[in-house]
Write a protein that binds this ligand. Structure first.
Ligand code: 13P
Length: 341
């Protein structure tokens, strides 16, 4: 894999009007999502759900890549086609979540550090063989009383950079995801400060580990007011603060920024992404999406675990993919929400 190939893959992940479908929920996370809707959690149901997503008609029109989980990348369609092979056939890049989850950071109550570096080189080589073209690692930064600490930001930034360097060595494009959580009553300004401090540290560590910015994607959280903050920042305010934060921290050479939805409603996630793209036309990088809940939730609610609802659920996913594809171009408007799914 030459640097050129990494660049080509990274560019394809943020191609115009397209984004990434995050469907890499770990087994405990998908368990929670199913439980909330009364869907039985079993290997078969998890496979059926992921098959539903991946066989949605027209998915590749607005989805460039799909992030899979270790269990999922080894699964097959009902007709026996392995998921990564199916994705390749329909023109969607297969990706893989490779971190081992966020664990309590020793000595820093309420803060997390993401694990998974041990043995990563070997795991990346195996995933590459199975068909993965890119990888994802998620770090979480919590805003609260006196946090995030420098120690937490530093530990996570260092791990993200080590992961990213290993990915590029293996010929996989790293998605570097430092998520500043939406939970809490913090203001938009506090989220801005925490996001700026985090991104500065992350890019400094990435540079230290000689990561090639043109062969990576930043998966960023938007600059939002906390979920329980009494003053809820408006759509344009979020768009302006997020773009300002990125311009102050993200090198121009980075191939693209794909946002996570992080607990926003599907409509908010589309509206925020759209406002950024509609307002700022000449940014150094494409701004796109890499949503899990904001793409999947309406579809999962329609599915309810029943084969009879597969078509209705796929229509919901196709609808959200189309709306976010429009938002990535700055062409979305709230009226489109009412169009038939
Ligand atoms: P959400 O869009 O649901 O936040 O998930 C994105 C993701 O992949 C988190 O790692």
């Amino acid at each position: 894999m030459t640097p050129h190939e990494l660049h080509t893959t990274a560019k394809a992940m943020v191609a115009r009007g397209k984004g990434i479908l995050a469907m890499d929920e770990s087994t405990p996370t998908i368990h929670k999502r199913f439980q909330k809707l009364g869907i039985e959690d079993s290997v078969d149901n998890r496979r059926a759900w992921r098959e539903l997503l991946l066989t949605t008609p027209g998915l590749a029109n607005h989805v460039s890549g799909a992030i899979l989980y270790d269990e999922t990348i080894r699964q097959k369609l009902a007709d026996g086609t392995p998921f990564p092979e199916h994705l390749k056939k329909i023109g969607i890049l297969p990706g893989i979540k490779v971190d081992a989850g966020a664990k309590d950071l020793a000595g820093f109550a309420g803060e997390k550090v993401t694990e998974g570096l041990d043995g990563l080189r070997e795991r990346l080589a195996e995933y590459k063989k199975i068909g993965a073209r890119f990888a994802k690692w998620r770090a979480v930064i919590t805003i609260g009383k006196g946090i995030p600490s420098h120690a937490c930001i530093q530990a996570n930034a260092h791990a993200l950079a080590r992961y990213a360097a290993l990915c590029q060595e293996a010929g996989l494009v790293p998605i570097v995801e430092p998520e500043v959580l939406i939970d809490g009553d913090h203001t938009l300004e506090r989220c801005y400060d925490a996001s700026r401090a985090t991104l500065r540290r992350v890019f400094s560590e990435l540079a230290m580990q000689q990561v090639d910015f043109g062969g990576m994607i930043l998966k960023a959280s938007m600059v939002l007011s906390g979920k329980s903050c009494p003053q809820h920042a408006g759509i344009q305010e979020v768009a302006d603060a997020t773009v300002r934060c990125l311009l102050n921290t993200v090198p121009a050479a980075v191939a693209g920024v794909a946002f996570l939805s992080g607990g926003q409603t599907p409509e908010e996630a589309s509206a925020h992404l759209n406002a950024m793209n509609a307002t700022y036309r000449n940014l150094p990088w494409p701004l796109s999406f890499s949503y899990a809940r904001a793409l999947q939730d309406p579809a999962m609610q329609a599915w309810k675990g029943s084969a009879a609802n597969v078509v209705a659920a796929q229509k919901q996913l196709a609808h959200r993919a189309r709306l976010n594809g429009a938002a990535a171009l700055g062409n979305y408007n709230a009226g489109m929400e009412k169009e038939a799914a």
